[in-house]
Design a protein around this ligand. Structure first.
Ligand code: THU
Length: 160
């Protein structure tokens, strides 16, 4: 018997001004699209902005449904849009911004498990890491240099 230790590493930016200027600009896009979320049930808005290698930015916000599981998270709205429009272009960065309508979210809001699995699919497909930044409405921004930090022992096509 032995133990397996898997470490995850994150960079913490105290506020938006600490981010590289290009990331600041993309975060602003994520905030703008976040405000267009359709989230009448949770009153929780999420925006995702994806930077592609060709410089395009693909945006998404969470879309809810009266049949709750039919809704979709912002990250998957955005990444499936990127995968549909630009299937052969590398995804460099995803920036996620979340805010509640009912309370201040001042801790970084990470992507849910299902979104991590979706992002993993593209990272494995393109054989290049995807940087992930996530934050709340205020406060620190966390950066992971790869999806792998967020989903150790991930299920992937090589296991099929
Ligand atoms: N949500 C996202 O858009 N991304 C996540 O990673 C977590 C949750 C959305 C789904 C739902 O519309 C609302 O936030 C509350 O769960």
């Amino acid at each position: 018997m032995k133990e397996l230790n898997i470490n995850s590493q994150f960079t913490i930016y105290e506020n938006i001004n600490e981010l590289p200027i290009q990331v600041q600009n993309i975060l602003k896009e994520a905030v703008k699209i976040r405000e267009k979320a359709y989230s009448p049930y949770s009153q929780f808005k999420v925006g995702a902005a994806i930077l592609l290698e060709n410089g395009k930015i693909i945006l998404g916000s969470n879309q809810e449904n009266a049949a709750y599981p039919s809704g979709l998270c912002a990250e998957r709205v955005a990444i499936y849009q990127a995968g549909s429009l630009y299937p052969d272009i590398t995804i460099k960065t995803i920036i996620i911004s979340a805010a509640s309508d009912t309370k201040e979210t001042s801790t970084p809001i990470p992507p849910c498990g299902a979104c991590r699995q979706a992002i993993a699919e593209y990272e494995i497909k393109q054989e290049e890491p995807i940087e992930i930044y996530f934050t709340g409405e205020t406060g620190a921004i966390y950066k992971s240099a790869s999806l792998k930090n967020l989903l150790p022992l991930l299920f992937n096509k090589n296991l099929l």
